[in-house]
Design a protein around this ligand. Structure first.
Ligand SMILES: [Zn+2]
Length: 274
């Protein structure tokens, strides 16, 4: 046991209220740094995206939020942060954060965006999630009221297990449509025989989600819509701490050259890109 246990405990209590301090749960921190370099506390990440987008003309009044994250209730802090910064937020959530809303869902969401001087703005946060315990266990999270470790993301872990077992049911199951979509999308990107672990499959999911968002939103009229896309991976750490491993961050639409994608490089200083 740590000799400074009372001090550590006190630090942990403060930590539970404020941002995580890497001096606590060092194994967790080392694990995050190893697999997801450039990860930021959720609140820091949100502040940075908001501040950046302010300089591109996005604000709470003229912009609506959209969120595509996992249905799991432990992802709520990210949803709450988007509401905090962007106000009314359209729920695009699905298992693992895959974008299954389709054109009909997008049409509904975009029809709700405010119109300011002929421009409709929204911010779209899309990401899968993963838990890392204080001991650095990948995929494990301890939930209130449940003594044993629970898992996140369970939907992705199920596919990791199916690949390990060599048994994959590729039929479209209308009683399990979201998982069917995830399975098909993941398998379409793998080479035969490949068996990604949970970290690898989560990064793969992040890439697929980013591509799907880009494709879906590209159908919008960029002379009317101006939007920002933020992708990455939401990470659940010990003591309910919340983190984001940022990936894409870009703005598209009116006031920019037509249809041009403006990459925002704010997260580069954190060594995000691998
Ligand atoms: Zn999940």
């Amino acid at each position: 046991m740590n000799q400074n246990y009372p001090e550590q405990l006190q630090a942990e209590i403060f930590q539970a209220i404020e941002n995580y301090d890497p001096r606590i749960s060092q194994v967790f921190y080392q694990t995050v740094t190893r697999y997801f370099p450039g990860t930021l506390p959720l609140k820091t990440y949100m502040r940075k995206t908001y501040d950046c987008l302010s300089s591109y003309g996005f604000n709470d009044d003229n912009t609506m939020g959209m969120v595509a994250i996992c249905r799991d209730e432990i992802t709520d802090p990210l949803f709450d942060e988007v509401i905090k910064y962007w106000g009314k937020t359209f729920n695009c959530c699905s298992l693992s954060g895959f974008v299954t809303m389709g054109k009909t869902g997008l049409a509904a969401a975009t029809a709700h965006t405010p119109i300011c001087d002929g421009v409709r703005r929204f911010t779209f946060y899309a990401m899968p999630h993963i838990a890392i315990s204080r001991n650095g266990e990948i995929g494990k999270v301890y939930r209130e009221g449940i003594p044993d470790a629970s898992h996140a993301c369970g939907a992705l872990e199920a596919i990791v297990k199916e690949l390990e077992s060599g048994h994959l049911n590729l039929q479209t199951d209308m009683q399990d449509i979201e998982q069917t979509i995830i399975r098909q999308k993941i398998l379409s990107t793998l080479r035969y025989g490949q068996q990604p672990d949970l970290v690898e499959i989560t990064k793969l999911a992040c890439r697929i989600i980013a591509d799907d968002v880009e494709k879906l939103l590209s159908t919008l009229d960029s002379s009317i819509f101006k939007y920002a896309v933020m992708t990455g991976i939401q990470i659940h750490g010990p003591m309910d701490s919340q983190w984001v491993y940022p990936q894409d961050f870009y703005v598209i639409g009116s006031a920019l050259p037509m249809g041009k994608k403006m990459m925002i490089e704010v997260f580069h200083e954190y060594g995000v890109r691998e």
